[in-house]
Ligand binder design. Structure first.
Ligand code: 5GP
Length: 211
């Protein structure tokens, strides 16, 4: 696999179990600042009623997806609930290069791959539901999945939730506004790590006149 590009924008991984309100949070973030952009993933899952190709996902066949794996077209990819999902490498790298803070709405397996490739250059945030019951209610309430698929997602959640300890931050999604504010605070801090401020500091030091 070729070396990753390390751009100027933040690479922000947001993982959560189904029914936590991850998509709602991502949409809210996109509305609050033009700095954020969402990486549109590729998937072999069929589109749901309200989903548009190129907006919610790039919907592709299994063949196309497997060819893309061969071409190393993904930054990361995973098989989730029998379907492939992957983050397009070039589009994501372009966005980072342009200085956007890029949101990756991906699962725990994908988050681990991003950590492996980008190390601490990526910020991993786990979104926690206010309670197990609230998560189940939300999952059932949205009415997009059959009973069998809901059970499958709950089973996945049981293994995903303990993995939150591997992330840099855990944000509880109880009140959406609060979660958005917490997220902004995290991003603000991440932009000011000594590592990220290195170039700025060097430029400052060079301008100090000789004694
Ligand atoms: P859904 O089918 O509900 O849209 O997504 C199912 C799961 O796949 C969610 O946890 C979602 O975050 C994850 N997912 C979506 N896109 C990607 C991706 O590009 N890579 C990985 N690893 N997971 C993804």
């Amino acid at each position: 696999m070729s070396a990753p590009f390390q751009g100027e924008g933040l690479l922000l991984v947001i993982a959560a179990s189904s029914g936590t309100g991850k998509s709602t949070l991502c949409q809210a973030l996109l509305h609050t600042s033009p700095r954020y952009t969402l990486s549109v993933s590729y998937t072999t899952r069929p589109p749901r009623n309200n989903e548009q190709d190129g907006v919610h996902y790039h919907f592709v066949s299994k063949d196309t997806f497997e060819q893309m794996i061969q071409r190393e077209a993904f930054l990361e990819w995973a098989c989730v609930h029998d379907n492939y999902y992957g983050t397009g490498r070039s589009a994501t790298e372009d966005l980072l290069r342009q200085g956007y803070d890029v949101l990756l709405d991906i699962d725990v397996q994908g988050a681990r791959q991003i950590r492996k490739i980008f190390g601490n250059q990526a910020t991993l945030i786990f979104l926690l539901p206010p309670s197990w019951d609230a998560m189940v209610q939300r999952l059932v309430g949205r009415g997009t999945e059959s009973q069998e698929k809901i059970q499958r997602r709950l089973q996945t959640a049981r293994t995903e939730l303990p993995a939150a300890t591997e992330f840099d931050y855990i944000v509880e999604n109880d009140a959406l506004d609060e979660a958005v504010q917490t997220f902004h605070s995290i991003c603000r801090s991440e932009r000011h790590t000594a590592k990220r401020m290195h170039a700025h500091l060097q430029a400052f030091l060079q301008r100090i006149p000789s004694p």
